[in-house]
Design a protein. Structure first.
Length: 378
């Protein structure tokens, strides 16, 4: 729509004084300067949108599958990020889920307030049927980019991207890839992805609300009240090797070490509130549990199996080289927790800003992918 800022009819004009006839000798009157008539402001023209392969609209369809791990939640976040970023796209766009809302678990529907009218779906019977729509299909790494090639959906009206949410991606040079962490960029897996080929998911909004209710300040500092709740508790991600778990139990006592497995949300929050240390040996990707624990004020320790400081901006000394270094690091944290926890501020700031970062990632990725998607700017 064209917007108008006011109207000339809304402005009262000042008319010049009328000359008065008098019997006295007429005195010369000074010419009153007339105010120029106000001109309407230029009309705002809508920004021209890019034509994408001679289609009037681009549809982003995300395949929300595998409702077992943290991946499905990230796919829902991506669906919402593309949908809510439509006004910033260089072309007219729409977004849909390949899985209808009724098949998405209730916990996700509640966490993200998903409604039928705001979470549309488009399955394989829908994709590729509209000649005016170019299809951009995004699937997780457990699927191949070739799974959607048929008579309706083909290279002339679609492109498929594989979002790498885990280390088990089916690497194929003919596929297009997006990473969810910096770890999978560059040389990883032979993909040679550029820095902009990343869309990072964020922490479940429930946990953000929880920590801002007395645990963290809005700028990420741990409150004094939260510090008082901390105990000499070490929590460990459930994919950590058994010898690492045994090592920690031997050095710090079974009562002070908990492997996080099988806890419900309330149980997790109870652990996160008490834990001073969270350990995840050789982190691959954005592991949810250590991130959530870090948000509640735990200090993270992991191994140097890969360089992931951009994903986890923790002090370098907590990327330990070996088991001995792990024991030394944990002892240091337990003995000096209140002075060390401020060093984790960058992790907490990154997590608090996660949703906005993901939305920024979406627009950055789209703008850099115009050659592949729309065949422009190549």
């Amino acid at each position: 729509p064209i917007l108008y800022f006011g109207s000339i009819n809304d402005i009262n004009e000042t008319r010049p004084n009328t000359l008065q006839i008098s019997r006295q000798p007429q005195q010369p009157q000074l010419q009153q300067p007339q105010k120029p008539l106000p001109q309407p402001l230029p009309q705002l023209q809508p920004q021209p949108q890019l034509s994408c392969r001679n289609k009037t609209k681009v549809r982003f369809t995300i395949h929300n599958v595998n409702f077992v791990t943290g991946g499905p939640e990230a796919l829902i976040q991506m669906t919402l990020a593309f949908k809510e970023s439509a006004s910033k796209m260089p072309f007219a766009s729409m977004t849909s889920s390949m899985i209808p809302l009724q098949h998405i678990p209730q916990v996700y529907r509640d966490n993200y307030q998903l409604q039928q009218d705001t979470f549309p779906s488009c399955d394989m019977n829908c994709l590729g049927r509209d000649p005016d729509i170019f299809e951009v299909i995004i699937v997780p790494e457990i699927m191949s980019c070739y799974a959607f090639q048929n008579v309706q959906v083909n290279p002339s009206n679609s492109i498929v991207y594989v979002w790498i949410l885990g280390a088990g991606a089916h690497v194929n040079e003919k596929c297009h890839f997006i990473s969810h962490v910096y770890m999978f960029l560059g040389e990883w897996g032979g993909l040679h992805l550029p820095d902009w080929a990343i869309i990072q998911p964020y922490i479940t909004p429930f946990y953000i609300t929880e920590v801002l209710n007395g645990i963290l300040t809005p700028t990420g500092e741990v409150t004094d009240e939260a510090l008082k709740s901390k105990q000499d508790l070490i929590i460990i991600d459930n994919d950590t090797p058994g010898q690492i778990v045994d090592l920690l139990k031997t050095n710090f006592g079974t009562d002070h070490v908990t492997v996080v497995n099988g806890f419900d949300r309330n149980g997790l929050i109870g652990l996160f509130r008490k834990a001073k240390v969270v350990v995840d040996w050789c982190v691959i990707g954005a592991e949810r549990m250590p991130l959530e624990a870090s948000l509640f004020g735990a200090v993270m320790v992991t191994s140097q199996c890969r360089e992931i400081s951009k994903d986890f901006p923790i002090p370098n000394r907590y990327f330990v080289k070996n088991e001995e270094g792990l024991v030394v690091a944990v002892k240091e944290i337990l003995a000096n927790y209140t002075s060390i926890v401020p060093e984790m501020i960058n992790v907490r700031k990154k997590l608090l800003a996660g949703k906005q970062r993901m939305y920024d990632d979406v627009i950055t990725w789209v703008n850099h992918s115009l050659c592949d998607i729309c065949k422009v700017g190549c």
